[in-house]
Design a protein around this ligand. Structure first.
Ligand code: HEC
Length: 135
């Protein structure tokens, strides 16, 4: 089941922007909740992804992976995201360090940061039920 991002998410981002807050992408509340819910995914992201994407999912010259609009235009479901990450991220040999469980965890982390309701347990099967595109 999908829960659309609540308007408050955008409002919070707007406010953050107005105050010159350095969040640059992810909503602080979602980030804190996602870190708590998926510690393994947080670790994977910060170790293997943040070097290019930034801890808040936004970095110059790279497509944002957190924040308004991120992921939704590129992926139909959570499973599409998972398969994309397994196939392409991180680019280069360090991808070999990541287990299938690491990819599931980092996918769940990204979804939670986006404020997407994820099924529990979150795995490749349940990821398919997470709809990312607005209908
Ligand atoms: C070496 C730099 C680098 C690292 C490390 C890296 N990425 Fe990426 N990532 C990129 C680039 C560049 C793109 C854009 C690729 C393209 O457009 O074909 C990208 C694209 C993506 C996208 C697609 C976003 C979209 O909407 O199209 C996602 C999601 C993503 N990365 C997540 C991750 C995750 C998760 C990790 C860690 C497991 C990671 N990346 C590690 C450079 C990196």
């Amino acid at each position: 089941m999908t829960r659309r991002q609540p308007l408050t998410f955008f409002a919070a981002l707007l406010l953050a922007g107005c105050h010159g807050n350095a969040l640059g992408g992810a909503d602080e509340g979602n980030l804190v909740a996602a870190r708590k819910a998926v510690p393994d995914g947080t670790k994977v992201f910060n170790l293997y992804c943040a070097s290019c994407h930034g801890e808040h999912g936004v970095a110059p010259g790279v497509v944002p992976v957190m924040g308004p609009g991120a992921l939704r235009s590129s992926f139909g479901t959570g499973l599409d995201l998972l398969r994309y990450l397994e196939a392409t991220m991180p680019p280069g040999p360090s991808a070999r360090d990541l287990s299938p469980a690491d990819y599931v965890a980092v996918t769940e982390y990204l979804l939670r940061v986006q404020g997407v309701a994820v099924p529990e347990p979150f795995d490749a099967r349940s990821a398919a039920s997470v709809q990312l595109r607005a209908r």
